[in-house]
Design a protein around this ligand. Structure first.
Ligand code: ADP
Length: 362
């Protein structure tokens, strides 16, 4: 029986270990066996074009300066939902929830620019399409319903680094949640590699959320009782990667993001900026095809912003794609295109050069 070399981790407190066990039954100390349904089932053969894996192991770069400490643990404890898409329901029963009966105002027709970027129908997405959101509408119900996204369309192609910009409240986070499949639109649809997300079978969904799509949450969604290293190696462990391999990879990403000296700190012992870098490392460690990042540089200084943006840009350089919601113009230097949201609509889309005059940081 193979025993991972985990002498240091074996000193982990019992509560951490039980937390690991609760997470999908993964025991980091147990002998690893491939998940039963991890084998390629061929059901979607022919539609998945693999994106080249990262060719260079994350270097152990110089330590980046630490960020201002807040002492806080933004976002509070993560839940398993942070790692999951919607429950794996029967797609045929997955009707989108009805819009609120009294939204604050009716949803208009999509803007002309939204139409311009709107993609074709299912199976007709461009060959290099990774994600396509078509005329998405999302209303938060409540006493006063809020329509956060109103007919927004966005096409994410191989090689894209899209800076999703717009004023606070313009719908950036909501749109990212829809694209990730974490939330469902009231109207419109999301296509992953040309297939409606709701039509993906269980194996494809599992592969999508475990291996192909990385999320950086605005509130980080880290597990506070785990160390930085354990948080980053967790997605690999869930995929069945042996512990020593997962650890090496996680250490490499953390070092690359300037956290080589903070591997063993629990996340509540880290500054907000350090936690943000852990969250980015966790999204990148699976070498995803697409990364959806919600304000990934909101908490860091300019030097660490560059570390993060360069690491994200590597995903698009190797044929994947990044959509980063941000207020920070620093991101535009790395972007291949900019999508401007306003009041839940795509107001403009174009190259950073074309749109630079319209960017605001409010
Ligand atoms: P952004 O990311 O651009 O700041 P959001 O997507 O967070 O915008 O929010 C868009 C709008 O939706 C805002 O008016 C916000 O108040 C509202 N909103 C966001 N989340 C919720 C929610 N869970 N319930 C009700 N309204 C929400």
């Amino acid at each position: 029986m193979r025993r991972p070399t985990v002498a240091r981790r074996d000193r982990r407190q019992g509560s951490d270990r039980s937390l690991w066990q609760r997470l999908r039954g993964v025991d980091p100390h147990a002998e690893w066996r491939p998940p039963e349904d991890e084998e390629e089932d061929g059901a979607d053969a022919g539609w998945r074009r693999p994106v080249a894996p990262a060719t260079v192991a994350p270097p152990s770069g110089p330590q980046a300066p630490s960020d201002a400490r807040t002492g806080a643990a933004p976002g509070g404890p993560a839940t398993e939902d942070d790692w999951r898409w919607r429950p794996e329901e029967d797609p045929s029963s997955a009707a989108p929830s009805a819009p609120a009966s009294s939204p604050e105002e009716p949803v208009d027709e999509p803007s002309a620019l939204a139409v311009e970027v709107r993609g074709p129908g299912a199976g007709e997405a461009p060959d290099d399409s990774l994600l396509l959101g078509e005329e998405l509408v999302r209303t938060y119900p409540g006493r006063v319903g809020v329509t956060a996204v109103r007919g927004a369309s966005i096409l994410v192609r191989s090689g894209d680094f899209i800076a999703l910009m717009g004023p606070s409240g313009s719908g950036k986070s909501t749109l990212l949640g829809l694209l990730a499949g974490l939330d469902r639109p009231d109207a419109g649809r999301v296509l992953w590699r040309g297939r409606p997300m709701e039509a993906l079978d269980q194996a494809a969904l599992k592969r999508l959320r475990r291996r192909e799509l990385g999320m950086v949450f605005q509130s980080f969604g880290l597990l506070p009782t785990l160390s930085a290293l354990e948080n980053v190696e967790l997605p690999l462990r869930i995929c069945g990667t042996p512990l020593d391999e997962a650890r090496e990879s996680a250490e490499g990403w953390l070092a690359r993001l300037g956290l080589g000296h903070r591997l063993d700190n629990r996340t509540f012992e880290l500054s907000a900026g350090q936690q943000q870098r852990v969250a980015v490392a966790r999204a990148l460690v699976i070498e995803p095809d697409v990364v959806l990042a919600d304000e990934p540089i909101a908490e860091v200084d300019s030097e660490n912003a560059d570390l993060i943006l360069d690491a994200l840009a590597e995903v698009s350089r190797r044929g994947g794609a990044v959509v980063a919601a941000t207020h920070n113009p620093a991101a535009v230097a790395y972007a291949t295109s900019v999508v401007l949201l306003r009041d839940g609509r795509v107001e403009a889309t174009g190259s950073p050069e074309d749109l630079v005059g319209r960017l605001s940081t409010d």
